[in-house]
Write a new protein. Structure first.
Length: 280
């Protein structure tokens, strides 16, 4: 992700829940510090379709009080990182659509958000959701979990653009927060030697030569679920397009993390995008 001329790339963090705010800002702050960028914390207040935005604005004082408290907490948490932070509140019928618009308007390099399901969705979602999900404005990171106490992370990979994004996030967490990184590659029985060669080359090519390499034979989902319990965070690259479409409908449908109790960070990179050059 290419650096801007003035204050570096923008990491947009979309907040909706005070219980997940600290974890999301921690991720955003680490990414922004690693890239010499800034954090833009947004609180999108989704207004029901039957309520006019002008009518909702009449209750703005109450909305602003709750939003100000959430964004003030974000600014406090972001102070732990060497990054500037800007905050804003948006009233909208469109929920996740406003996050996309904000990402485009501010030329965001990456969006960090929680697994909010329907909390991000306005009532008029079906007509345009699939269309916008096919045209992501930037990289997206979706956290399924409320708390982060990071000392080690696991990155499963079989290659691909979204796994590249997972590696870049892991490298930022290593460099900024000092976490230990492990890489996992799951193979068919008998393919362990080839798997080790692949994973060693992949680690070298993604700046993670110091990571612990784990090659396991077996089912991908079961292996990630079993090994992931020993880590503070599992970073999973989307293996197919449409992660955001599933997220906003409230159905992650990612077999590898279905039964995982450890917090999981799902990464999706738009097809055709160069490897995180906007941020690095």
């Amino acid at each position: 992700m290419k650096r801007a001329e003035d204050d570096g790339p923008t990491v947009l963090v979309a907040l909706s829940n005070p219980r997940t705010e600290s974890a999301l800002v921690t991720l955003a702050g680490a990414l922004a510090e690693h890239a010499g960028g800034r954090v833009l914390a947004t609180h999108v207040v989704t207004v029901p379709d039957q309520t006019a935005l002008e009518k909702a604005a009449e209750s703005r004082a109450a909305l602003d009080a709750a939003s100000d408290e959430l964004l003030a907490a974000a600014a406090t948490d972001a102070a732990a990182f060497d990054v500037p932070i800007e905050t804003r509140t948006i009233l909208s019928h469109r929920g996740i659509g406003e996050v996309f618009d904000a990402a485009r308007a501010h030329d965001a390099a990456v969006v960090v958000m929680g697994y909010g399901g329907a909390r991000f969705v306005g009532g008029r979602v079906e007509g345009w959701l699939d269309e916008i999900a096919r045209d992501l404005p930037c990289d997206f990171l979706v956290l399924d979990g409320r708390r982060l106490e990071l000392s080690n992370v696991l990155v499963p990979t079989a290659g691909g653009p979204s796994s590249d994004l997972s590696a870049e996030v892991a490298a930022a967490l290593r460099d900024v927060l000092g976490v230990d990184v492990s890489l996992l590659h799951v193979v068919e029985p008998g393919d362990e030697a080839a798997g080790r060669r692949f994973l060693a080359d992949w680690a070298d090519g993604h700046g993670l030569a110091d990571a612990r390499l784990r090659v396991e034979a077996g089912d991908v989902g079961e292996t990630i679920g079993r090994l992931g319990e020993g880590y503070d965070l599992v970073i999973v690259g989307a293996t197919e397009r449409g992660l955001l479409s599933r997220v906003v409908r409230g159905s992650l449908a990612v077999d590898a993390i279905e039964t995982l109790d450890t917090p999981a960070l799902l990464a999706e990179r738009p097809s055709g995008r160069s490897p995180w050059d906007r941020l690095l």
